[in-house]
Design a protein around this ligand. Structure first.
Ligand code: NAD
Ligand code: TYD
Length: 354
């Protein structure tokens, strides 16, 4: 890909999209147009480090709006699209699945249609160089037992409204490759964590609840397993796939870092015990509360990331230990970012409780 390409990032005000946008502006010479509807999960403050850069532009738009998507693509003329905009929280998908269909399915369809029509208007060399990278999740593969991994050819078996909507969008993306020849790439990644993570997800929720001396809700017995990846490693993987991946291929991305939820919560408590001890001298672990399980709770996710490692040379730089240190330090030092969210948008109440 050329040195100064124009990359349209959808969902650039979200957790992973903002990490990717900061990476593209700070570590490459590409131009970025961030297209984001600014739902509850979108925060332009996550882009403070790059918002003044002349290579960065923001456009507020809903990807479910067909004409807005067409307008943006034909006017800005991207060389590549990295599609991250989504409704992303499983618990919210249990409470209100409609928004997940609208954004994740209809929005992705709109982008595919507009991207393909635009690509066809380009000269042949540019048509060939055009890329559409769809960012998806390992949750489309369903739930694992104690053994085994998700591979790129693992059959899809989504079980939550969120993962069903992502699986549907993945199938549309594949169809646009096979049917229309749109040069698509796809990534399916495991659970991310790190700075600027909206505090509805396990790690930032527990961290901030602990700092506020609130209970730390662990669903069921805390035995469910996730494979954790530091968000900046994911951003690098996405750029690696965009610039070096083979069109039509999908790449699983993971941290090779399985932990039970209880282990994750213990890690947060132990780090906080050292870095910000409780005033009463006891451990944050005392705040752990086992609560009613999530309906349809997937037991275990684990990615085999050999393909992206062997074919594209990507491996995570962070271990869970280094990543969690960095994450806890970031939240301790950056209350300017999360305080307004906790006070005005979401204070940590239980979601997805049928
Ligand atoms: P996020 O919820 O933090 O951010 C989503 C962003 O999309 C927000 O800025 C939001 O405003 C925007 N958005 C939502 N609906 C929109 C719409 N209709 N039009 C335009 N913008 C809209 O999500 P995230 O955790 O950063 O996830 C980004 C992508 O990565 C998603 O596609 C998700 O499925 C995928 N993913 C996430 C994880 C994870 O652990 N968070 C893991 C694997 C894959
Ligand atoms: P979450 O961060 O919502 O990500 P996902 O459901 O996409 O994996 O949840 C991670 C794990 O933590 C999942 O097994 C559910 C569990 N969990 C809790 O135990 N307590 C909580 O308050 C939350 C939000 C999640």
């Amino acid at each position: 890909m050329q040195k100064t390409a124009k990359i349209l990032v959808t969902g650039g005000a979200g957790f992973i999209g903002s990490a990717l946008t900061r990476y593209l502006i700070q570590e490459t010479s590409h131009h970025v147009l961030n297209v984001d509807a600014l739902t509850y999960a979108g925060n332009l403050t996550s882009l403070r480090e790059v918002e003044a850069d002349p290579r960065y532009t923001f456009k507020q738009a809903d990807i479910a709006n067909t004409s807005a998507v067409e307008d943006i693509i034909t006017t800005w003329k991207p060389d590549a699209i990295m599609h991250l905009a989504a409704e992303s929280h499983v618990d919210r998908s249990i409470d209100g699945p409609a928004a997940f269909v609208q954004t994740n399915v209809v929005g992705t369809f709109n982008l595919l249609q507009a991207a393909n029509a635009y690509r066809k208007s380009l000269p042949p060399a540019q048509q060939e160089a055009f890329r559409f990278l769809h960012i998806s999740t390992d949750e489309v593969y369903g739930s694992l037992g104690p053994e085994g991994y998700f591979y790129e050819d693992t059959p899809y078996a989504p079980r939550s409204p969120y993962s069903a909507s992502k699986a549907a969008s993945d199938h549309f993306v594949q169809a646009w490759w096979h049917t229309y020849g749109l040069p698509v790439l796809m990534t399916n990644c495991s659970n991310n964590y790190g700075p600027y993570h909206f505090p509805e997800k396990l790690i930032p929720l527990v961290l901030l609840n602990a700092l506020h001396e609130k209970s730390l809700p662990v669903y069921g017995k805390g035995e469910n397993i996730r494979d954790w990846l530091y968000v900046e490693d994911h951003a690098k993987a996405l750029y690696r796939v965009l610039s070096q991946g083979v069109p039509g291929e999908k790449y699983n991305v993971g941290g090779n870092c399985e932990r039970t939820n209880l282990e994750v919560v213990h890690t947060i408590c132990d780090l906080l015990d050292r870095k910000r001890p409780r005033k009463n001298g006891t451990s944050y672990r005392d705040l752990i509360t086992f609560v009613e399980d999530r309906p349809g709770h997937d037991h275990r996710y684990a990615i085999d990331a050999a393909k992206i490692r062997d074919q594209l040379g990507w491996e995570p730089a962070h271990t869970f230990e280094t990543g969690m240190h960095a994450t806890v330090d970031w939240y301790l030092q950056n209350d300017w970012w999360w305080k307004p969210i906790r006070e005005q948008k979401y204070a940590g109440e239980r979601l997805g409780h049928t």
